[in-house]
Design a protein around this ligand. Sequence first.
Ligand code: DOR
Ligand code: ZN
Length: 346
Amino acid sequence: MAETLTIRRPDDWHLHLRDGAVLKAVLPETARHFARAIIMPNLVPPVVTGAQAAAYRQRILGALPMGLDFEPLMTLYLTEDTDPKDVKAAAEVGIVTAVKLYPAGATTNSASGVRDFDKVRSVLETMAQIGLPLCVHGEVTDPEVDIFDREAAFIDRILDPIRRATPGLRVVMEHITTHDGIDYVKSQGDDMGGTITAHHLVINRNHILVGGIKPHYYCLPVAKREEHRQALVAAATSGDAHFFLGTDSAPHVDALKEHPCGCAGCFTATNTLSVLAEVFERQDALDRLEAFTSLHGPAFYGLPPNADTITLARGTPVAYPAKIDTDDGPVTIFDPGFPLHWRVTP
Ligand code: DOR
Ligand code: ZN
């Protein structure tokens, strides 16, 4: 068995960095291993305009420790009032790489998201014309729909109709959690991609609920049945270029996770690559890890893969800390529940 693995430096195609004290604490955890990341815009208030994205980008670069190279790829938060001209101008000057669609009420800070999809038609058409991708949180918010069925319902009710109505629009179905999502993305052309998180490759819904409720495993879309987790592992390790890493690393301080109404999100930036290497090794697919972490994402976004490499080494289990400290309080690092033998070497 290979004891080291050298791959192109990975990128993270879905990341929450937050702002202020949490940004300062979590950014190095990503920048240590990843060259670029698609930065989620669900701040309070959200990043809606090109000017706000430019200002947020500056705050991220300002929080980057000396000696770390990292390129934040900014997104705009799509609202029913988004101005297609602002989107186009921000894309043209290179300040934004994608637009994010949150159905209103689907997840953390999504209240300003979209209720009436007809109201964003002109933005979607502009994006199709200029080749700007749409990143989608794929869950319906209809209270009648069971939370475990919300992703599958979204495909039929919203995603597929948007795709049919907007030919040429490049779409990423983010953090896929079901075999329905995998099958749909696979059935589409190369203008459709799908991101998969490390935590959804590891946990199913039993991990959240059996033997006591585990708030640090609660995220959205919520983890589903084991058969769905297995479909995600099969897709991520298959070499199919539709699928690439988007960690959805989503820090919340422990006080807000361990709470009667706990926030959704798993913080995985610190150990994502160790977790992925373990998952891929178990599938005998370490030779496909690089494609998932470092090649398929840039290809979808029309960007070159990173020129430099990282090396993972196999050895005795890595002792990651349980938490990182921030000036707002500790943030718990995702615990996969099994030993991690692969570490990124300096
Ligand atoms: O678990 C999640 N956390 N899912 C999301 O869609 C949002 C994210 C967050 O911002 O905390
Ligand atoms: Zn997210």
